[in-house]
Structure formats: structure tokens, C-alpha cells
Design a protein around this ligand. Structure first.
Ligand SMILES: [Zn+2]
Length: 238
């Protein structure tokens, strides 16, 4: 279990994210002066809990309709053109309503995003995540499912699907089976179980990520995004 920085885990998870954080402030400076620098610019210097705090604060701004839209200036673009150090990896669904940079109120070079319908992790996705962790210095991996996910709904419904859609729903099936066994037939349970399964796949089954999690250098968490409220809430903290 990770404990890093001065912010306690329980405080971070139970307190509402604060608004008006200082990480958006450098962007305002950058807009009028030199290329921006801030904590996000060096992913490796950001602790996993710092990264979670940035995401929670950004999501709080987004949900309130008060997005700061940091790191979208020409200066920022130029500053990260030759080197990226995204502070977090976001594994989420391809659904058009949950663009990570929008819902976490981040900008260019902040997030390394892996998206596929149903937010599952195959070998290509796993390799992409390993790349971000090992070579770009990302310290936090977030698997984020969402309300009314069509891919999970299709996996729950079963039946024959056309084309390559069976490849999309197959990795979601274990979550649906778990839901059936638990006597919880609803879509919402399967969505959350699918997130839990993917978090465990990362933190327990992949040897590269497991080793970094054990050393408390990387944290893997699961979240669930609410389409109406815009809030990304915690499902599992491994
Ligand atoms: Zn979805």
C-alpha cells in the first residue's frame, strides 16, 4: 500500500477535492511569458498521491463547470514537444463523453491515455501502459469505467455479435460472470467489477507493474465516471 507525501490517504479519499489549486497558476504565467514549468512537467517527481490529487482537483473543477483548461497554450505545446513526462496513465472507454483531458481538466503532456471500448487491457494496451511507466515516468495508473457503458451492456446481454465486436466484449465477460454469481444482474455492478478486474490485472498479474506497485513507486486505482454529474469517483484503491 502506498503512503507518500504529507497528505494522508484517508484524508485524500474522504475530503472533497479543493478548488482553485495552484497547479493551474503556472499556465496563466506561461501564457504571457516563458515556456511553462510546473510539477506536472516531470512526471517522475510527482508522487502517485500527488497525481491523484491533481486528477481529483481537476475533476472537481470540471464537474462544477469551472475548468481552468491548463497547459493548452503555445508555450506549453512547445515546452513538451521534445519530451513528455505525463504524470498519470488513464485507461478508459472510447465513449465520446469521457475525454480524460476534459473531465480531469488537464492539458498537453499531462496524461498518457489508453482507450478502448469497455476499458479492458489486452497485450497492446498493457505494453503501452508499461511504456509510460518505465520510460515516461508516469506514477499513477487509473482504470476508469463509466455509467451506461455500451460495451459492458453488450457483454451482459450476451448473444451473437457481428464483426470483431466479440473481441471487445470477451475480456468484459468475467465481470459479467462475477455479477451473475453474486446475484447482481445490473449493469452498474458489472461496470464496477470490470474496473476492479482490470486494476487487479495491472497490479497483481503483470510482473513489471506489480514490482513497481510493491516498491510503492506506482499506484493503480479504479474509478467510475458519472455521465450526468461529471464526477469521477473511486471504485478501488489497490
Ligand atoms: Zn463505455
Amino acid at each position: 500500500m502506498l503512503i507518500a507525501g504529507s497528505v494522508s490517504l484517508s484524508a485524500l479519499l474522504t475530503s472533497p477535492p479543493t478548488h482553485g489549486d495552484d497547479h493551474s497558476a503556472p499556465e496563466a504565467v506561461a501564457a504571457s511569458t516563458a515556456p511553462t514549468t510546473n510539477a506536472h512537467e516531470t512526471g517522475a517527481s510527482v508522487t502517485p498521491l500527488d497525481a491523484l490529487k491533481f486528477l481529483q482537483e481537476g475533476n472537481s473543477r470540471f464537474a462544477k463547470g469551472e475548468s481552468a483548461r491548463p497547459h493548452q497554450s503555445v508555450a506549453r505545446r512547445e515546452a513538451v514537444a521534445k519530451k513528455q513526462t505525463p504524470f498519470a496513465v488513464i485507461v478508459t472507454c472510447s465513449d465520446s463523453r469521457l475525454t480524460p483531458e476534459f473531465i480531469f481538466d488537464q492539458g498537453i503532456g499531462d496524461l498518457f491515455v489508453v482507450r478502448v471500448a469497455g476499458n479492458t487491457i489486452d497485450k497492446v494496451a498493457m505494453g503501452s501502459i508499461q511504456y509510460a511507466i518505465q520510460h515516461l515516468g508516469s506514477r499513477l495508473i487509473v482504470v476508469m469505467g463509466h455509467e451506461r457503458c455500451g460495451a459492458v451492456d453488450a457483454a451482459l446481454a450476451g448473444g451473437k455479435l457481428p464483426g470483431d465486436l466479440p473481441s471487445v466484449v470477451a475480456p468484459i465477460k468475467p465481470a459479467c460472470d462475477h455479477a451473475h454469481q453474486a446475484g447482481k444482474e445490473g449493469l452498474e455492478f458489472a461496470i464496477r467489477q470490470n474496473v476492479r478486474n482490470m486494476v487487479r490485472k495491472l497490479s497483481h498479474q503483470d510482473p513489471i507493474i506489480k514490482k513497481l506497485v510493491t516498491k510503492e513507486e506506482v499506484q493503480v486505482i479504479g474509478m467510475r465516471y458519472d455521465l450526468e454529474s461529471g464526477v469521477a469517483s473511486m471504485v478501488i484503491f489497490q
